[in-house]
Write a protein that binds this ligand. Sequence first.
Ligand code: LMR
Length: 334
Amino acid sequence: MKLRHLVAGLLTAGLAFAAFAQQPLVIKFSHVVAQDTPKGKASEFFAKRAGELTGGKVKVEVYANSTLYKDKEEMEALQIGAVQMLAPSLAKFGPLGAREFEVFDLPFIFDNSDELHKVTTGPVGKQLFGKLQSRGITGLAYWDNGFKSFSANKPLKAPDDFKGLKMRIQSSKVLEAQMRAVGALPQVMAFSEVYQALQTGVVDGTENPHSNLYTQKMHEVQKHMTVSDHGYLGYAVITNKKFWDGLPADVRGQLEKAMEEATAFANKIAKEENDGALEKVKASGKTQVYMPTPAERLALKKAMVPVHKEMESRIGKETIEAVYKATGFDPGKL
Ligand code: LMR
């Protein structure tokens, strides 16, 4: 009798284990932007390929638009293991203590995406990921968004036009310095709160690539936008280090392959998505889009580039110089 019970118990446990073993491993991937953006599309692409390449062993659940966590909470959630993957913008690593990432926020440091890729795919990109390990984070890839435009309810053509404007920024001391360099008042705010803050006048303006501006409908509450391309906004796809190291090696390899494909996809669509969003903003007729002249852009550059020197002690001189070396940027030649 007892033996029968034991056998039955073992069988039930065995069946339960087999059923459990067949459950896919769930990876929660949280981000703050709309699905219809470079990051939104790339994360969906990754989820699809991760499922295919692991033969269904892994299910990636993507939570877009801050539905699961906002900017600050998502970093904490990753570190405690409540989510397994994120793709925060590079400007959001400073508060973790990884200040070197703010080198990407320096105004006018990249002239184009090719220069940026020399950094992200080179030794600097790798070294920066190394800084995350001690914080329980593994960096998996850099994904593009693009170059930022400024927006406000007044035209922004010359550095003086920014004086006294409350400008929403991401949580980066470099962006804070960039806004102060033209006399604006920077206000750090979670991405999910920007639309309402612009609508109610809590802030006067902001900066973002066009895909973010359009999909959050910021153009509906901003009368003017200047295509200044003054700075870059991109992402680091990150995972919880303990979770990642604990994956079976074959599954980890398949996920790395899915990430490689998703990265190529992200970087291929980013520019098209931003160009498309700019056209939609123009077509909406709600925001007047201004293309600065080369002289106007140079004046803005001259006003903002001193931020590089000012931020040297925060970011690290070596990191800034390594980026200059990779891109050929020379602050002395303006
Ligand atoms: C922002 O906060 O403006 C951006 O970092 C949002 C994003 O993830 O693109």
